[in-house]
Design a protein around this ligand. Structure first.
Ligand SMILES: Cc1cc2nc3c(=O)[nH]c(=O)nc-3n(C[C@H](O)[C@H](O)[C@H](O)COP(=O)(O)OP(=O)(O)OC[C@H]3O[C@@H](n4cnc5c(N)ncnc54)[C@H](O)[C@@H]3O)c2cc1C
Length: 368
């Protein structure tokens, strides 16, 4: 049986930032990630849809450094280059299907949304590079936590599906609270108020899906459009230019079709409907992309709990994420638990830093 001082559950931005801070503090940790890749909701792919640093962000695209000091500081510390979201050119508003789309000159973006060169996953790669690989366990979902006299015993599903046990003095849960509530069996049970709180905390963006069309050239820019669209016609209510920093042309949109309907329609029908919208707005060049990409987060159980597609929004902050007998052994660190930027990348950085500092104080107290 493996023993560690701190077990970190989740290898998204929050879990990796917690690991970085544990490493800086010189503390022993092991990180367990359910998927076969790090990053969680951060998912950057190439034109073939392969995860990496290909520049197409199927998860988060933007950060706003002037409003979000925590992510600004991390991006600066990791020396990651960024570039502004394209907003040069006209914006389009589609009000109803029987009216032609309206075209407006755009106001300068305020605050300016920034993207990372290579995609948001550059954050994940830079953090992972700082950490010893033997401490990062992929395809290792934690399924259960048992409170014992001097710590917690974790049950981790091993590579062949057989359970392995890990003991830890403290546990950082860097998952959306709803995903933790659904996926982790607690012995003894979490107190009802904690259970309800986790269940009632929506996972930001979990109900959503993104569609990308990749083109040989940014023909909309040539026609004076920025690529930004607001539409009440659909199927995408919000569309943006997604051209990469090295000039690979692309548009993306958030699907406005609900999760159940998306499942019913299937990816091919959705792709056709999205391309028809791009073509209606930007002309015939939009009809024939060189590739398309689609990610439905509501269909991904490591991000979306069954309640997420029906109950959405930002988490309401509470200082008491864990109560009862678990309170001295567990801290929550996922973005949803941030007091200032719940749901955002900045929230993941902020919440994980707070969680680690709580834990360091606790461990100091135990050892003093
Ligand atoms: C489509 C979309 C667009 C977004 N756009 C933006 C944006 O533009 N700007 C912005 O700031 N934010 C945006 N966000 C939100 C941003 O992605 C999140 O705030 C951030 O990535 C959350 O990081 P996290 O580490 O807290 O959680 P996650 O990234 O959800 O990480 C949790 C990790 O835990 C793992 N896990 C789950 N269950 C288990 C288990 N039982 N055992 C072990 N591991 C487990 C998961 O696989 C995952 O890797 C967007 C999100 C989505 C989906």
């Amino acid at each position: 049986m493996t023993h560690t001082t701190v077990a970190i559950l989740g290898g998204g931005l929050a879990g990796l930032n917690a690991a970085r801070l544990m490493q800086q503090a010189g503390l022993d940790f092991q990180l367990f990630e359910a998927r076969d890749r790090l990053g969680g909701r951060i998912l950057t792919v190439d034109a073939a849809g392969v995860p990496g640093l290909g520049g197409y962000d199927l998860g988060p695209s933007w950060f706003w450094p002037r409003m979000q000091p925590a992510i600004a500081a991390l991006v600066e510390e990791l020396r990651l280059p960024s570039f502004p979201q394209n907003s040069d050119g006209d914006v389009v508003f589609e009000r109803m299907s029987r009216e032609p789309a309206q075209r407006y000159s755009a106001e300068p973006q305020e605050p300016q949304s920034l993207r990372l060169v290579g995609g948001a996953a550059t954050l994940i790669h830079a953090l992972a590079k700082m950490l010893p690989t033997e401490r990062l366990h992929l395809s290792a979902p934690v399924t259960g936590l048992t409170l014992e006299g001097d710590g917690i015993m974790l049950t981790v599903a091993g590579a062949d599906g057989s359970p392995e046990s890990v003991t830890a003095e403290q546990v950082i849960i860097a998952l959306p609270p709803r995903v933790a509530q659904v996926g982790l069996a607690f012995t003894p049970l979490l107190p009802p108020e904690t259970l309800t709180l986790w269940q009632d905390t929506p996972t930001w963006m979990a109900p959503h899906a993104k569609f990308f069309a990749l083109y040989d050239r940014p023909f909309w820019r040539e026609a004076g459009y920025s690529g930004s669209v607001q539409s009440m016609v659909g199927p995408m209510p919000e569309i943006h230019d997604a051209t990469t920093a090295d000039g690979q042309a692309a548009l993306f949109g958030f699907l406005g079709v609900g999760a159940a309907e998306r499942r019913r329609m299937g990816e091919d029908a959705l792709t056709n409907a999205c391309l028809a919208q791009f073509t209606r707005i930007f002309g015939a060049d939009a009809a024939m992309p060189r590739a398309s990409l689609y990610k439905d987060w509501a269909a991904d159980p490591w991000t979306a709990a069954p309640a997420d597609p029906v109950s959405t929004g930002h988490a309401v902050f509470t200082p008491d994420w864990v109560q009862g007998p678990w309170a001295e052994r567990l801290v929550l660190a996922g973005s949803e638990t941030s007091p200032t930027e719940a749901g955002y990348l900045a929230g993941a950085v902020e919440a994980s830093a707070t969680a680690v500092s709580t834990l360091l104080t606790r461990l100091d107290g135990v050892r003093a």
